[in-house]
Design a protein around this ligand. Structure first.
Ligand SMILES: Cc1cc2nc3c(=O)[nH]c(=O)nc-3n(C[C@H](O)[C@H](O)[C@H](O)COP(=O)(O)OP(=O)(O)OC[C@H]3O[C@@H](n4cnc5c(N)ncnc54)[C@H](O)[C@@H]3O)c2cc1C
Ligand code: SF4
Length: 493
């Protein structure tokens, strides 16, 4: 077994949206920075566009991570650049109304104002812009047409891409290097400023003594993720950016001071179902930019009765086969319609609050089970997605319950909203874990202060989506980049 012992001024654990943003600020503040990433340095040219090869390379647990009760598949990334390597590049700011709520209820005065310059910075740095009209694929046009036919609010989305050729393989990593993400923009900027990067290091402990962090230790992994050694990094400051689930699990596994037991609390997921409409003509939903249009008729940042966001979703063959309802010959027949399926995910701005725990080796364990209000909201969202697909001309819509249902009329689709969804049914997926190390002014109800500094360990910061005090209702990457920059400036001062 190899051993590695190093010392640095600041160690940053994780290289995704938050870690990349924080690292750039730390080197700009003149700090000696070492970035540790459990995944590999993945080069776009090597992305094969094959699910069975790219899922294990770019996803935690090869894409098979779930909540503890297995009800929700939770997708999170690994590799230098984290989840920004394979995400779908949607960019939205958190609504000012939600910031006002956080200001009042989480003792975070001016949080919206404090984040604004960081949002503005990344708008330029990541070239965030509207998806060009000629890049809106058939799957997205169907959502647009259905929402318009119903008279529901809808509109175009913004992305962080340059030179996108619309191949449709975003979720398996962009072989054309068109994503303006942490791997392409931030990590190179941090390295240019002097940051060192070590990949294949999975941190398992934050070392601490007398209430102060002294560094981190963990496993050295080979390219396939096998443990081949042990690393210890001494550091004067520690910044955790191992994601909403990873940072909380590390804090818990390390036994850091936590008198009010706040580490791991506040987990939200934005879970979503997949509702497929079968069309007479081919849709070929995997071709082109996957998500470029939204329907936000049922979404409001703070209204408890409007918490559903409708966006198109697509799947490569394996993912689609796994998502389609039914078993045996019925499932085989459904996948036979692959080219003719358009799909929408109703994504929940969740009121359910779960909890991250740590397994023995600091891997996250996610306790999260939808509350009754959210199950009702999910039924409403599935119903709304079915209505949109039918309004756009779908011949039939597949309701993704364990016992599959098919609806063919608007009346049947509307009735789905009244169904009582169970704790494990329909199967859900989540790509936006948030919370776990929530930011707030009160140490009794939050894990970090308004600068992301741990309330009880003054030289430890959190710089990832774990900081969000509640579910946001919008895709989290732009906000995570912005929080990461805010925390990086605080930790570098
Ligand atoms: C399929 C998918 C699609 C998405 N699409 C969008 C989208 O279109 N728009 C949007 O806004 N958001 C999207 N997201 C979410 C977005 O990518 C994340 O919210 C964002 O990247 C979170 O940033 P982060 O820094 O918190 O974590 P991440 O970007 O996940 O980075 C965390 C990093 O820490 C590393 N790490 C974890 N544990 C350890 C450890 N113990 N030791 C060392 N390293 C560790 C991980 O390997 C990873 O690289 C998507 C996510 C997925 C999975
Ligand atoms: S659609 Fe664009 S960003 Fe996505 S993989 Fe293809 S070229 Fe890259």
């Amino acid at each position: 077994m190899k051993t590695l012992e190093l010392a640095t001024e600041v160690v940053v654990v994780g290289s995704g949206a938050g870690g990349g943003a924080a690292a750039v600020e730390l080197v700009q503040a003149g700090r000696e920075v070492l970035i540790l990433e459990m995944g590999n340095r993945e080069l776009p040219k090597s992305f094969t566009q094959r699910e069975e090869q790219m899922m294990p390379r770019l996803f935690q647990d090869a894409g098979a991570r779930t909540t503890a009760d297995k009800a929700i598949q939770v997708l999170q990334g690994k590799g230098l650049g984290g989840s920004t390597l394979h995400n779908l590049n949607l960019c939205k700011r958190i609504d000012p109304e939600l910031f006002e709520l956080w200001a009042k209820t989480r003792d975070l005065p001016d949080i919206g104002e404090r984040l604004r310059p960081h949002y503005d910075h990344f708008e330029k740095a990541l070239s965030i812009a509207a998806v060009p009209e000629d890049r809106i694929n058939r799957n997205n046009q169907i959502l647009r047409a259905g929402a318009e036919a119903l008279g529901w609010k809808n509109g175009p989305l913004r992305h962080n891409r340059t030179g996108c050729i619309g191949s449709g393989f975003c979720e398996l990593g962009c072989a054309y290097d068109a994503k303006n993400n942490s791997a392409k923009i931030l990590i190179p900027a941090a390295e240019k400023g002097g940051a060192k990067v070590l990949t294949g290091i999975r941190v398992t402990q934050v070392l601490h003594r007398f209430g102060r962090a002294t560094g981190v230790s963990g496993q050295i992994l080979d390219e396939r993720g096998q443990v081949v050694g042990h690393a210890t990094i001494r550091a004067e400051r520690v910044v955790l950016a191992a994601s909403a689930t990873g940072s909380a699990a590390l804090v818990i596994a390390s036994g850091l001071p936590d008198p009010y037991r706040q580490a791991g609390r506040g987990l939200t997921l934005h879970p979503g179902a997949t509702v497929g409409g079968v069309f007479d003509e081919p849709v070929d939903g995997w071709k082109g930019v996957p998500q470029s249009w939204e329907c936000d008729e049922l979404l409001h940042p703070t209204d408890p009765d409007r918490r559903m966001w409708l966006v198109p979703v697509f799947g490569h063959p394996v993912a689609t086969a796994a998502m389609l309802p039914g078993l045996g010959p019925e499932a085989v027949a459904r996948i036979g319609s692959y080219r003719h399926i358009a799909a929408i995910t109703p994504m929940l701005h969740d009121s359910t609050v779960g909890r991250v725990d740590a397994r023995g080796d600091a891997r996250p364990l996610l306790h999260y089970s939808l509350n009754d209000a959210d199950r009702r909201m999910m039924a409403k969202g599935v119903s709304a997605a079915a209505q949109v697909l039918l309004a756009a001309g779908a011949r039939e819509v597949l309701i993704p319950t364990a016992v599959p249902q098919v609806v063919r009329t608007a009346k049947e689709a509307i009735a789905v909203a009244q169904q009582a969804f169970g704790p494990l049914d329909p199967p859900l997926a989540a790509v936006h874990p948030m919370g776990g190390m929530c930011m707030g002014g009160d140490p009794h109800t939050s894990a970090t202060n308004a600068d992301g500094r741990h309330h009880h360990c003054p030289n430890l910061w959190i710089a990832d989506a774990g900081l969000f005090p509640t579910s946001t209702g919008v895709p989290p990457q732009w906000s995570t980049y912005s929080f990461g920059r805010l925390v990086g400036q605080a930790a570098g001062a």
